[in-house]
Design a protein. Structure first.
Length: 644
């Protein structure tokens, strides 16, 4: 057995260098994995940060667009209050008021109007498009937007009188009659209207119609002024934010999924209702990742909510980026970390290998020397001269071997002589104690016999009581002598591995267990204890029979924990009163008599470092827990392995 263990130790030492190398590599790998994990977490944080910024940018753009539409509506309001518009409408309404059938005139004029192709105009149209009001509107808009800002903001602006007939226009209108148009009716009913995205054939563009009623100086309805706004121009006007990424794209989509605007090439009013980015934009605002054209993109979005008293049209504003582009810095960082990890791992292997060699070589020599000394070669020494801890260890080994060599000479003879002397002394003491105890017990038996006869013949009650007390004292003396007979056996023999199951069977032989249900779950458990360990189990069972009174069930099992194993003995008797729990393991009277069983049990267990305590609940039964530390128990099928 010893040579096999020595071989294992030598093999372990020879592997020390490999272990040190592996440890160095493991440290580098762990640091690399932690760094990679941190990079991944950083990627999530970067995604959340850019996604949140994108959603916020989308909200700014959405608000800017709604504000831009509202400002164009406000421009219509200012124009409606202007002197030129009011005077032109007052003059037109006066003329129509004087007609016998103004609506007949409007219908007749409208028929002539729509009969002329869109690219042509008759004298009446030319007169209207060149009148003072039309020229004023065209000049103001062209001057402000086209010339100063270079933006074609308005597709057209037109003014109708209170009968719905055209009074002024900046471009040739499709028809002359306007009172049947939805925007005209809505403006008449509400005082203003801002329509959703639509197509205007006059200006050949998509946009939003903003209308405002015009009132005369007396407060009466005088007509309607309408401007058709180029939404693309508004988006370009308010969406000129600095691009952070080349792949950045701004999109505006109606609530029905029609594409209004994109900062990249697009088809206006293209149906986007089946796109991932449209279907995922379900909340008021947020961000998400979706695939588009086999590329993953990060989208931030916001649904428009209007501006001031303009309620908006729930347009969807999306700001997106190519996911690979925004994550490129992290990708580069991963690559750099991988390269650095490979370099560090290689350097770690080299350095650790050199360091391991400087440690394992002298350790191998020390190991071989230890094996030789354990085999009895006490003259073995190691030739290691170093000033570090290994050198100190080598010197300590040489000193130890020198002392062992000196002490070992004649030690076996001394030990044998002293052992023989102790055995003779113990034998003499045992014989003397046994003879003395035997003679004392015999005399006590004779004494109790005379006491019994005296009690039968004596007539005085007081004398009889005195004799009874003397008899009880003699029984206590006999109990003391019996206890010393048991106690002197404790620790006489060396501890050994004992089967708990077999200990229970042998120790309870002769006890009256009739009518008691016994349940043991011990498997192949063995404990390293004093050979009198079975006496402990017998004392516990005997304690239940004598003091449990109503015991009908007894159990013996175990449980393991990180600290060791607990052997549990329990019954269902009356239990141990709380006031007695601290006394049951002492040499104190119980039920009027001296009881040493539990005291002896505790002493037997303490011989090998085992402890016992009572943890039962009074009225429900007694419960004794024997704590067995690791190394002091095992299972029979593991006896050739290291104990648990």
């Amino acid at each position: 057995m010893v040579p096999m263990i020595d071989g294992i130790r030598a093999w372990s030492v020879s592997r020390l260098g490999a272990k040190l190398v592996a440890l160095g590599v493991a440290v580098i790998l762990i640091l690399t994995m932690l760094t990679a994990w941190s990079v991944e977490m950083g990627g999530e944080s970067l995604r959340d940060a850019i996604g949140g910024d994108s959603a916020y940018l989308a909200s700014l753009i959405s608000t800017s667009i709604d504000r831009g539409i509202y400002l164009k509506y406000h421009e219509m309001t200012i124009l409606a209050l202007g002197l030129v518009v009011r005077e032109a409408l007052e003059e037109s309404n006066t003329i129509f008021d004087a007609m016998d059938d103004p609506y007949g005139y409007i219908n007749e004029t409208n028929d002539e109007w729509i009969a002329i192709p869109m690219q042509e105009m008759n004298p009446f149209m030319e007169q209207m498009i060149n009148n003072n009001l039309s020229s004023n509107l065209s000049y103001r808009l062209d001057e402000h937007y086209t010339i100063e800002h270079g933006i074609d903001m308005y597709g057209e602006i037109l003014v109708t009188n209170k009968y719905g007939a055209l009074v002024a226009m900046t471009t040739r209108s499709v028809d002359y009659l306007k009172w049947d148009k939805d925007w005209w009716k809505s403006t008449l009913a509400n005082g203003f209207s801002i329509d959703d995205m639509s197509y205007d054939p006059c200006s050949d563009m998509y946009g939003v119609s903003v209308c405002q009623t015009v009132y005369s100086y007396s407060g009466e309805f005088a007509g309607v002024i309408r401007g058709f706004i180029n939404v693309i121009a508004i988006a370009e006007e308010v969406g000129l934010f600095e691009h952070r990424y080349e792949s950045e794209d701004l999109r505006i989509i109606t609530r029905h999924g029609a594409l209004i605007y994109s900062s990249r090439a697009f088809i206006i009013m293209d149906d986007s209702s089946d796109k991932n980015y449209y279907l995922k934009s379900i909340d008021q605002s947020g961000y998400f990742t979706a695939d588009e054209a086999e590329r993953s993109r990060l989208y931030g979005y916001y649904h428009s909510t209007g501006y001031l008293d303009y309620e908006g049209h729930d347009w969807l504003v999306l700001v997106s980026y190519d996911y690979a582009e925004i994550m490129q810095p992290l990708s580069d960082l991963r690559t750099n970390i991988l390269i650095l990890a490979i370099i560090l791992a290689a350097a770690s292997v080299l350095v650790t290998y050199v360091l391991a060699g400087s440690i394992t070589t002298p350790v191998r020599r020390l190991t071989r020397a230890v094996v030789d000394v354990s085999a009895g070669k006490l003259d073995r020494r190691v030739d290691i001269h170093r000033k570090d801890e290994i050198g100190q260890l080598a010197q300590a080994f040489n000193d130890m071997a020198e002392e062992l060599d000196d002490l070992y000479n004649g030690l076996e003879t001394k030990v044998a002589t002293r052992t023989a002397e102790l055995q003779v002394a113990n034998k003499k003491l045992g014989i003397l104690g046994s003879i003395t105890r035997h003679d004392a017990l015999n005399q006590l038996t004779v004494l109790r016999g005379w006491l019994s006869m005296a009690q039968e013949t004596v007539k005085g009650e007081a004398t009889r009581q005195y004799l009874h007390k003397v008899e009880l004292a003699s029984e206590n003396v006999a109990s003391y002598l019996n206890f010393t007979g048991e106690y002197e056996k404790v620790g006489i023999k060396s501890p050994e591995w004992l089967s708990v199951s077999e200990s229970y069977v042998t120790s309870t032989f002769g006890l009256n267990l009739a009518g008691i249900e016994v349940k043991t779950v011990l498997d192949l458990l063995e404990v390293y204890a004093d050979p009198m360990f079975p006496k402990v189990i017998r004392n516990l069972v005997d304690n239940s029979l004598k003091h449990g009174r109503s015991v009908t069930k007894i159990s013996l099992n175990y449980s393991e924990s990180s600290d060791g194993l607990t052997l549990v003995y329990a019954d269902n008797g009356q239990g141990v009163p709380i006031e007695e729990k601290g006394k049951i393991f002492e040499r104190v009277p119980r039920d009027g008599r001296k009881s040493y069983g539990l005291y002896l049990s505790r002493e037997i267990l303490l011989m090998t470092g085992l402890t016992v305590r009572e943890t039962g609940t009074p009225g429900e039964g007694a419960r004794f827990e024997i704590s067995i530390p690791r190394g002091k128990y095992r299972f029979a099928d593991d006896r050739f392995k290291v104990a648990k």
